[in-house]
Design a protein around this ligand. Structure first.
Ligand code: GDP
Ligand code: MG
Length: 144
């Protein structure tokens, strides 16, 4: 199953994909390599630029799961209300860079993702690996 990662420029998409791709070092399961190692890292411009948004829909055809990313250090909102519903596959939300944030910033990111219709939500730090266990567990449960 491919995981498509979506979010604006600088929100932490590539770092999250890299973290997930590195998991086989921690979880020594062969299965994890194929699933996690094939994350689809999308350009932030596809989300930020309205004219490019249908490219996300095309890319999503290859995905079994989509992750909407919201950087909790950013106030900018790029997801539209209910955007998750435009995809035929499950859309979960990931709050990124929690190592840099206060609790209220994480709540703000949570609201933005709730607004987009992404569910469930995970709060992570790709830097510290914080919150990753729950996210990986969820991803594995989706690809079973
Ligand atoms: N402190 C911290 N920085 C992060 C985290 N994730 C990404 N970054 C930093 O945020 C910047 C943008 O990350 P990147 O993955 O390239 O974002 P992308 O444009 O969405 O692919 C880089 O400088 C990363 O090192 C995180 O969890 N914690
Ligand atoms: Mg990137």
């Amino acid at each position: 199953m491919r995981i498509m990662v979506m979010g604006p420029v600088f929100c932490g998409k590539t770092t999250l994909c890299q973290y997930l791709a590195g998991l086989p070092r921690i979880y020594a399961k062969t299965q994890t390599v194929g699933i996690i190692g094939s994350s689809i890292d999308t350009p932030g411009e596809y989300l930020e630029n309205r004219g490019l948004r249908n490219r996300l829909a095309v890319t999503a055809a290859d995905a079994g799961l989509i992750l909407f990313l919201q950087d909790c250090t950013s106030r900018n909102v790029y997801f539209s209300p209910g955007q998750a519903a435009m995809f035929a596959v499950p859309v979960a939300g990931v709050i990124t860079k929690t190592d840099l944030a206060a609790a209220e910033e994480i709540s703000r990111a949570e609201e933005i993702l709730n607004f987009s219709g992404a569910s469930p939500l995970f709060a992570v730090s790709s830097l510290l690996g914080r919150g990753m266990e729950a996210l990986v567990h969820f991803i594995n449960s989706q690809s079973a």
